[in-house]
Design a protein around this ligand. Structure first.
Ligand code: GLP
Length: 260
């Protein structure tokens, strides 16, 4: 993993957007893995700005979202379908038929999950996966103790996640108990991954993910096994990292590597 510490949330979002644009400039028909949550909002806003400035084109891009709450229709304001439309898809030139988001209202979850995995494969696999992280170290909705080789499936949410996400619902009881989510194995198949985190509430999860053991108790730690993951954090989310100076040295000050 490469850890990149940025002074604040907006710098973090801008850097992540530049990385997405770089992938699209190299491969205009790239497949992007999309994340929801408050963390990637700044990244989406920056991508919309760059699109409006004519610096990026989404017309040939295909997207796959990580997850969706079970039971929420696509027009529910807390559904991830709604989130993606409002915060990103409605503002760029992506083709509606190229957008893929897990269904929270299918009547056959196992069949849908199998189809979703197949669809990712048919589209050539995910070139760049964007990720946030839960305060308990989960990625997508792969809660603690999820298999590190899991694929897209139905998952019961942990109490911590329900508590964290209750702020978006009127009452805690309204938070769905189940979600459909890409598995850790699905995520690890992406060619490149960028994980974003901001704020002190993520500091301990980031330290465990980067510097702790690979464990299903912190599903993000499985990214230690991925060969091209960049972790972009703000100062607060970096505050519990022990090797912080080393990461900064690598990113800002390293001398040119030997060529021979
Ligand atoms: C949910 C999502 C994750 C997201 C996490 C953190 O659990 N399924 O994909 O990373 O929330 O969200 P936030 O960025 O709002 O802290």
């Amino acid at each position: 993993m490469e850890v990149i510490i940025q002074p604040d949330y907006s710098e973090m979002s801008r850097l992540a957007a530049r990385m997405v644009v770089e992938v699209l400039n190299t491969k205009p028909n790239a497949v992007l893995g999309m994340a929801t949550g408050s963390t990637p909002l700044g990244l989406y806003q920056e991508l919309v700005r760059l699109y409006k400035a004519g610096e990026v084109d989404f017309s040939r891009v295909t997207t796959f979202n990580l997850d969706e709450y079970v039971g929420l229709p696509t027009n529910h304001p807390q559904s991830y379908h709604y989130f993606m439309r409002e915060n990103f898809f409605n503002h760029v030139n992506i083709q509606p038929q190229n957008i893929n988001i897990p269904s929270g209202t299918t009547d056959n979850y196992p069949a849908f999950c199998e189809w979703y995995e197949q669809r990712i494969e048919e589209c050539g696999g995910i070139d760049l996966q964007i990720l946030g992280i839960g305060s308990d170290g989960h990625i997508a909705f792969n809660e603690p103790t999820s298999s590190l080789s899991s694929r897209t499936r139905l998952k019961t949410l942990a109490k911590q996640t329900i508590d964290d996400n209750a702020r978006f619902f009127e009452r805690r009881e309204d938070v769905p108990v189940y979600a459909i989510t890409m598995g850790v194995g699905t995520i690890l198949d992406a060619r490149k991954i960028i994980l974003l985190a901001g704020g002190t509430s993520k500091a301990s999860a980031i330290a465990s993910m980067v510097e702790g053991p690979v464990t299903s108790m912190v599903t993000a730690s499985a990214l230690q096994l991925h060969s091209d993951t960049k972790v972009i954090v703000d100062e607060d989310a970096a505050s519990e990292l022990q090797m912080r100076e080393y990461y900064e040295f690598i990113y800002r000050a390293k001398p040119a590597a030997p060529t021979g």
